[in-house]
Design a protein around this ligand. Structure first.
Ligand SMILES: Cc1cc2nc3c(=O)[nH]c(=O)nc-3n(C[C@H](O)[C@H](O)[C@H](O)COP(=O)(O)OP(=O)(O)OC[C@H]3O[C@@H](n4cnc5c(N)ncnc54)[C@H](O)[C@@H]3O)c2cc1C
Length: 620
């Protein structure tokens, strides 16, 4: 265990927590423990926002417990195009799903950030808001909706969170955005080939949208915005919200390499709600344990996988499951860990591009080194852009779009999104070769350039679950995404793939590509999409390709979902865990339903509002 602490964070538990006796159960908070008003478990995307906002009040004390290291010094996190290098590093939890029957029995790797800033420190830097037609975090047509979390409310917090910078070469209307928030968000000039993708989308009938994030809605095709600052560095939630000035606050303690093992409860007697009053923490598996007390609240912000895991480890979860593992049940909460909703990516559809049109030159070591040096010196160049530059959002029931073979009618699909104009399909465009396989990424060939396109199912009907593997916080939980068990999910994704194949044959994108004769190696051909013709391939053949190649889109949500009724949800609309006192959950796990887009900005806005709720500045 390191005995040091940096000027801004602390990694020695003796400096912020109370040592606990070895070999004792250590499951009841004690009066002599070091105490804080708020103990935030997880210094990730939501956790950094909460820490920053709650500690604005100098009269309250705040402790953050983050399992991973500080974001400071993580070069690959700061450098936008370094993102893939962080996967399967010390900054990634590197989870894996159980074998997925809907995907030929494959287990898929699931990245999650493990550092200050959490997943916002290793994600793909796409800034995107929920679609207004998707009602943001409220589902008006459903009794389990997040009351008070509609788009109008969320929009205030999207705006509060950001300072938008409009690049003169890629202008956006700044009136639709915030201009004094902590999070730096900006538009950026995209490569020519990404522009051609947008133009091809227009040709097939998808309207062009200069900004995919406004209250006008997301249906359309356009460039993404990103969270990179004027120095060309990623603005993770840590970089944005835990600045040096914030970290110097005397009422804020930020602990890193601090793994919360259990939330601890006190009881006021028979019939009274148990109260979350502390957390047990350790720096290493089997190492010394420490306790901290929470005078006001424990706020769980450990993300859509670890938050339900920690709740269950602490006795809040489905009683039968906990009892089977010998965990004392504090509160039978059947919805904890359930309703896991994840966007599904069709898998990398890679098309060979003409030389010089993509960012693939960076696969050559000399080019990469010179780009790295340029970024280090100037903050500019190809390392300062996000990997995904453009996208389109559509509905699978829009029969004007080319979802079928020429002359055939498209397969009817039900749109599972919550608004009449909300999209259920996204297509993302990356001007580089990204070969994703079950275990991570493969290094692309250095002499061939390509682009990577993926169709994403935004509103899957098939939901999965997080359950415990064991009663230890040091064992990863079981993640069953239950991918593509619904026929409708599969049919929507197949339509998305056919749209991608059609776009690849549509000008002005088509003439950027060239044929590529590539043989499969060990049964896997990363360039399979180049050989598929949208006019001859059958739906059954596309389904076979989906089962073999589809991947996680990295947006798990809903595993501690909010709602007014404890019979159908795990937290109430103020994010308080049903049936226990002093405990809230604030992260992607509380989404009442999946959103029609990327999740990071939604989590940041959610945490901004949660901070106001916790501090009593607003009510639902
Ligand atoms: C590879 C990848 C790319 C993505 N790309 C995008 C994108 O481009 N745009 C977008 O909008 N979204 C993207 N996402 C999704 C988005 O980043 C996440 O949905 C969002 O950041 C989740 O925020 P969170 O606060 O719920 O969880 P996190 O940010 O994951 O925070 C949870 C924190 O809790 C900590 N923690 C967990 N367990 C413990 C414990 N026991 N004790 C202490 N600390 C603990 C973790 O280390 C972590 O720091 C991407 C995700 C991934 C994985």
């Amino acid at each position: 265990m390191g005995a040091s602490s940096s000027k801004s964070t602390v990694d020695n538990p003796e400096l912020y927590a109370t040592p606990l006796p070895a070999g004792a159960p250590n499951d009841t908070p004690q009066a002599h423990w070091k105490s804080y008003d708020y103990v935030i478990v997880g210094g990730g995307t939501a956790g950094c926002v909460l820490a920053s906002r709650l500690s604005e009040d100098p009269h309250v004390t705040v402790l953050v417990l983050e399992a991973g290291p500080s974001h400071e010094g993580q070069l690959m996190s700061r450098m936008p195009l370094g993102f893939s290098k962080l996967l399967q590093s010390e900054c990634d939890w590197d989870y894996e799903t159980t074998s997925q029957p809907g995907m030929d029995g494959r287990s898929l790797s699931w990245a999650r950030g493990k550092m200050l800033g959490g997943t916002s420190g290793l994600n793909a830097l796409v800034y995107h808001r929920a679609d207004p037609q998707g009602k943001a975090l409220a589902r008006s047509h459903s009794s389990r909706g997040g009351e008070g979390w509609g788009y109008d409310t969320m929009q205030k917090y999207f705006t509060k969170s950001e300072t938008v910078v409009s690049d003169p070469h890629a202008p956006v209307d700044t009136a639709a955005h915030g201009r004094s928030g902590r999070w730096k968000v900006h538009s950026f000039p995209i490569t020519t080939i990404s522009t051609r993708f947008i133009e091809a989308a227009e040709r097939v009938g998808i309207p062009r949208k200069p900004d995919l994030t406004t209250a006008e809605g997301t249906v359309g095709a356009g460039p993404f915005m990103t969270f990179i600052d004027e120095r060309g560095e990623r603005t993770s939630a840590a970089a944005a919200y835990l600045t040096a000035e914030v970290l110097r606050r005397p009422n804020l303690t930020v602990a890193v390499k601090a793994v919360a093992e259990q939330i601890l409860f006190t009881s006021a007697g028979e019939g009274a709600e148990p109260r979350a009053a502390g957390v047990r923490v350790a720096a290493a598996r089997g190492g010394p344990q420490f306790g901290v007390a929470a005078a006001r609240e424990v706020v769980l912000a450990a993300g859509a996988i670890a938050s339900p895991q920690l709740l269950m480890l602490s006795g809040v979860g489905p009683a039968a499951h906990l009892s089977a593992l010998g965990i004392r049940v504090v509160r039978d909460a059947p919805h904890v860990g359930q309703h896991l909703s994840e966007h599904v990516n069709s898998g990398s559809m890679i098309f060979r591009a003409k030389q010089g049109m993509t960012l693939d030159a960076l696969n050559r070591p000399l080019t990469a080194i010179s780009a790295l040096v340029r970024w280090l010196v100037t903050g500019g160049g190809p390392m300062s852009v996000p990997p995904t530059e453009a996208a389109l959002f559509v509905r699978s029931d829009d029969d004007r779009l080319p979802y079928a073979r020429e002359g055939e009618a498209p397969t009817p699909t039900a749109v599972n999104s919550s608004g009449p104009a909300a999209p259920d399909l996204e297509v993302v465009f990356c001007p580089m070769t990204i070969i994703r396989v079950n275990t991570g990424f493969l290094v692309p060939p250095s002499d061939v350039e390509g682009v990577t396109i993926g169709a994403i199912l935004l509103h899957p009907e098939s939901n999965g679950a997080i359950t415990l593997r064991s009663a230890s916080a040091w064992d990863k939980p079981l993640i069953d995404a239950n991918y593509l068990r619904s026929e409708n999910d599969m049919n929507v994704l197949v339509k998305g793939m056919r749209l991608v194949l059609r776009l690849a044959q549509t000008e002005p994108l088509a003439s950027c590509f060239q044929p590529y004769a590539h043989d499969a190696q060990d049964g896997f051909d990363p360039y399979w999409a180049t050989k598929v013709d949208p006019d001859t391939v059958t739906d059954e053949e596309l389904k076979t390709l989906v089962r073999a190649n589809a991947q996680s889109a990295w947006h798990p949500t809903c595993t501690v979902r909010m709602g007014t009724d404890p019979a159908t949800s795990a937290v109430d609309p103020e994010l308080r865990v049903h049936g226990v006192a002093g405990l809230r959950v604030v992260d992607a796990s509380v989404f009442p339903a999946q959103v029609s887009g990327h999740t990071c900005a939604v989590v940041i806005a959610l945490a901004e509002r949660a901070a106001d709720l916790i501090a009593g500045r607003v009510t639902v």
